[in-house]
Design a protein around this ligand. Structure first.
Ligand code: ADP
Ligand code: ADP
Length: 223
């Protein structure tokens, strides 16, 4: 059963911009799908619709498996969007706090998330004390502490230098394999897309649409 299907989706914004026209996409559990294409082709719009931030103007979006999955989403943006006044532990705690979980009962999960992104010893540090790559790893830890099934990533590593990016790419692949995530990943970088993905969806602009849908056979990174 697919996890999610988008059928013939149009999205027209209030100002008349046709961001998407006739988009079809089927996402199966465990897939790692990259959306690539020029700026303005509607990649972020797709992610926002999947996240339930806004509704399609036309077409249908369904979660055939269960409605549960749409609540198990986590979003990672290019801007790690950490709270500057809170330390790493408290930043990672935020989504759990919003779910009314007590810090005392989730300290172990938070520490595990910190270990997973290789930030041992930085729990009491503040965002201003961390490098760009480290802040992004905090942002990933904040996503994974909620144990999501679906991870939506919008150019997460776009602002980072090449070395940091390549390191985070391998970390992400390791996590994807460990955690059984379904990932929708937006990037400008076709090499990154091919390296990471089981499927690459190529989009074009004006109007935003899907022009190619390519399965990637990359056993060397999937063993
Ligand atoms: P991408 O992520 O591929 O760069 P977006 O989904 O951000 O593309 O945008 C697709 C199109 O919709 C662009 O023309 C963009 O300017 C427009 N757009 C995005 N968000 C809005 C909005 N809130 N209101 C109006 N137009 C928007
Ligand atoms: P960026 O390249 O974006 O600045 P990095 O994550 O590559 O970010 O980290 C930059 C600096 O922070 C490097 O000097 C690196 O050694 C140090 N650093 C990053 N993560 C850790 C860590 N877990 N423990 C110790 N030092 C770290």
């Amino acid at each position: 059963l697919p996890l999610l299907t988008l059928q013939d989706i149009d999205k027209v914004y209030q100002n008349g911009t046709v961001a998407l026209q006739g988009v079809n996409l089927t996402v199966h559990p465990g897939e790692f799908i990259s959306l690539v294409g020029p700026s303005g082709c509607g990649k972020s719009t797709v992610l926002r619709l999947v996240a339930g931030l806004g509704t399609p103007t036309k077409g249908t979006m369904t979660w055939p498996g269960s409605t549960q999955q749409r609540n198990d989403l986590a979003f990672v943006f290019q801007d790690p969007a950490l709270m500057p006044w809170a330390n790493v532990v408290d930043n990672i705690y935020l989504p759990l706090k919003l779910k009314r979980q007590r810090l005392r009962s989730v300290r172990g999960s938070i520490q595990a998330a910190i270990n997973t992104v290789d930030l041992n010893g930085y729990g009491q540090s503040y965002p201003r004390q961390l490098s760009g790559g480290m802040k992004m790893r905090v942002s990933i830890a904040r996503a994974l502490v909620t144990k999501p099934q679906v991870l939506l990533m919008d150019e997460p590593f776009g602002a980072l230098d090449e070395m940091t990016r390549s390191r985070l790419n391998s970390d992400l692949l390791r996590l994807w394999r460990e955690k059984n995530w379904t990932v929708l990943f937006v990037t400008h970088n076709i090499y990154e897309a091919v390296y990471l993905s089981t499927r690459v969806v190529v989009m074009a602009a004006q109007p935003g649409r899907v022009v190619a849908n390519i399965s990637i056979d990359a056993p060397q990174v999937r063993t």
